[in-house]
Write a protein that binds this ligand. Structure first.
Ligand code: AVJ
Length: 323
């Protein structure tokens, strides 16, 4: 029996007005910034999937190798037959690879890129008709309230790919606390399976976020096309250059868009900003952790019983933690 995924609209959906206000506040700030969540329109989600295939972008394949190598132990920690709640599911490829080992009873993929997610889940439901799928198109950074169709026991949150790195360490701590609170206290069948990228040689990190093919540049620049639609703005791609590099002092990758010349940008309701040649718009941080530093953060957030697995080069870590 094939059950079609239900598109769901949670109560705390962010309105278009709020999105516009957030974007304008970021553009007008002395250090102009756009949240990385706007990287993910349909094209952005496709470009990110392409990034995951790049030779320089090691996180996805390193994490997949850890999942494969330690599948049995990870499945023991997570438990079979759980409800797998996938935060930032994208094309659902990471979760789908774990289905044989984890055998979830229900799969709840969540992504801000709702249309892209819906297409992926429709396809996945045909491949795995025995798994109940509840597709949620929402910004989970704004709230984790889940619809009543998601049972509140045996909740296993799945946050792979080092997406936690988009938060500052302090915001990451608060987000981890929020995940823990979305789990029923004392429910030992619930937990969090999370992937985190580790601090390593700067040259490797730099290449991963500024690849030779220019896919990461296209991914970063596409943000401007998305903002043009959301804000009726007039960014021109040819005015901007991709920057992506490791800032060792801050232990993070930074992505920026740099003005190639003096640029004036206009948007809805008379909004305007001048950028001088060389000015930057900050578009993403991707924090890197030490193994100890991240396990500490999980414990500070109130998780216990942390287990972790690494690849042989210790480039990436997968943790399971119980509430
Ligand atoms: C999806 C946030 C994990 O930080 O590596 C990839 C996004 N940005 N290349 C990351 C990203 C540029 C990615 N995360």
């Amino acid at each position: 029996m094939t059950q079609l995924p239900q598109p769901a609209q949670p109560d705390h959906c962010v309105s278009l007005d709020e999105i516009a206000n957030q974007l304008v506040a970021g553009l007008m700030s002395p250090h102009a910034a756009i949240s990385p969540k706007y990287l993910y329109d349909v094209l952005g989600s496709r470009l990110f999937a392409a990034i995951c295939e790049l030779p320089e972008y090691y996180p996805t394949r390193t994490e997949a190798a850890i999942f494969e190598q330690h599948a049995a132990h990870i499945a023991d920690a997570v438990g079979r037959g759980a409800t797998l709640i996938d935060l930032g599911a994208g094309n659902c490829a990471k979760a789908a690879r774990l289905f044989p080992a984890l055998q979830p009873r229900q799969y709840v993929p969540i992504d801000i890129s709702a249309k892209f997610l819906q297409e992926a889940v429709t396809c996945l439901q045909h491949q795995f008709p025995q798994i109940e799928m509840t597709c949620l198109g929402m910004d989970f950074s704004a709230g984790l309230e889940l619809p009543a169709s998601v049972p509140d026991e045996r909740r296993q949150f799945f946050y792979p790919g080092s997406s936690i790195g988009n938060f500052t360490p302090l915001d990451a701590l608060m987000f981890l606390q929020r995940i823990r609170k979305a789990i029923r206290p004392g429910d030992s069948g619930s937990g969090l399976l999370i992937g985190v990228d580790l601090i390593k040689d700067k040259a490797i990190l730099d290449a991963a976020y500024d690849d030779a093919l220019g896919v990461t540049a296209a991914f970063n620049l596409n943000l401007l096309l998305h903002v043009n639609r959301l804000l009726d703005a007039d960014f021109r791609l040819s005015d901007w250059r991709h920057r992506g590099f490791y800032n060792a002092g801050q232990q993070r990758i930074e992505m920026h868009l740099e003005a190639r010349s003096d640029v004036t940008v206009c948007w809805q309701n008379g909004g305007i900003r001048h950028f001088a040649q060389g000015d930057w718009i900050h578009t993403e941080n991707s924090y890197k952790y030490t193994q100890h530093g991240f396990v500490d953060l999980l414990q500070q957030a109130g998780f216990g019983n942390v287990q972790s697995w690494c690849d042989p080069r210790q480039w990436f870590m997968v943790c399971h933690a119980q509430a």
